[in-house]
Design a protein around this ligand. Structure first.
Ligand code: HEM
Length: 223
């Protein structure tokens, strides 16, 4: 990057996605795609026969543990950085619902009329209310639940007490599969929403470069 370009960037652009978040995000996305594909092969071994069963089990386990280790990059970064503010919940219910309603109206109507998003992106307030609540639930509840059920099924004997506590292996397996279905839908919707910036590639670039491009005011506003 030339010095002039770097200076321009400092003046105008917003640094919204720090490096650890970007590394975590794309490694996590790749891991999830691999887990979904190997998970499908495991579940439908009789229909799909792309990879031998034993090898699929090993791949699913290795990728699973890598995704768990990678999660700690995300968690560690936010726990030890003031950027954790982006994950703070809005505790004023009235304010939350007003902002959430505006965002839903934008997704359902305003966006088709070319209106700017009602949410103004700032480094310490980058998520709109819908993103905020979705990411809090996904990162702090759904992903840990998927890790826990996966680890229990990885070594049934070692975790038999925990499995019994949850109601048996079929319950644990069902939770794991339901969350798997959730993530297949999540990735599709999430990737689609990612394309709703001021240009279809804007948010993807931000997740690679870390910077939100400077420019018109609505450049600071995203879906
Ligand atoms: C092919 C897959 C994926 C694509 C194309 C994609 C795309 C994106 C884009 C463009 C952003 C930045 C815009 C925004 O903040 O919403 C983003 C952020 C985010 N994505 Fe993804 N994503 C993918 C997979 C995933 C998966 C599998 C997860 C979680 C299971 C995930 C969780 C997140 C989270 C939590 C953020 C906000 C990160 C932060 O700033 O803390 N993404 N994604």
């Amino acid at each position: 990057m030339s010095a002039i370009y770097a200076a321009q960037r400092e003046q105008n652009d917003l640094y919204i996605n720090p490096l650890p978040v970007r590394i975590w995000h794309w490694a996590n996305a790749l891991g999830f795609v691999l887990l979904i594909l190997t998970g499908l092969q495991l579940r439908y071994a009789d229909l799909l026969n792309v990879i031998p069963f034993e090898m699929t089990v090993k791949m699913h386990n290795w990728v699973g543990f890598s995704v768990i280790a990678n999660y700690f990059i995300w968690l560690g970064f936010y726990l030890f950085s003031d950027r954790i503010k982006v994950y703070h919940p809005e505790l004023n219910a009235r304010r939350f619902f007003i902002r959430a309603f505006r965002q839903i109206r934008y997704y359902g109507y305003g966006i088709f009329k070319g209106e700017p998003s009602p949410h103004l992106v700032r480094p310490y307030d980058k998520f709109n209310p819908m993103q905020s609540i979705t990411y809090q639930i996904v990162m702090l509840l759904v992903i840990p639940a998927q890790f826990a059920t996966g680890i229990m099924m990885w070594d049934i004997k070692r975790f038999e007490d925990w499995i019994a506590l949850l109601g048996g292996i079929r319950v644990v397996d069902t939770i794991h599969v339901l969350i798997f279905i959730f993530f297949v839908s999540f990735i599709l919707v999430h990737a689609y929403m990612g394309a709703l910036g001021h240009t279809p590639s804007a948010h993807f670039k931000e997740m690679f470069t870390g910077y939100e491009e400077a420019g018109r005011k609505q450049d600071r506003q995203r879906g």
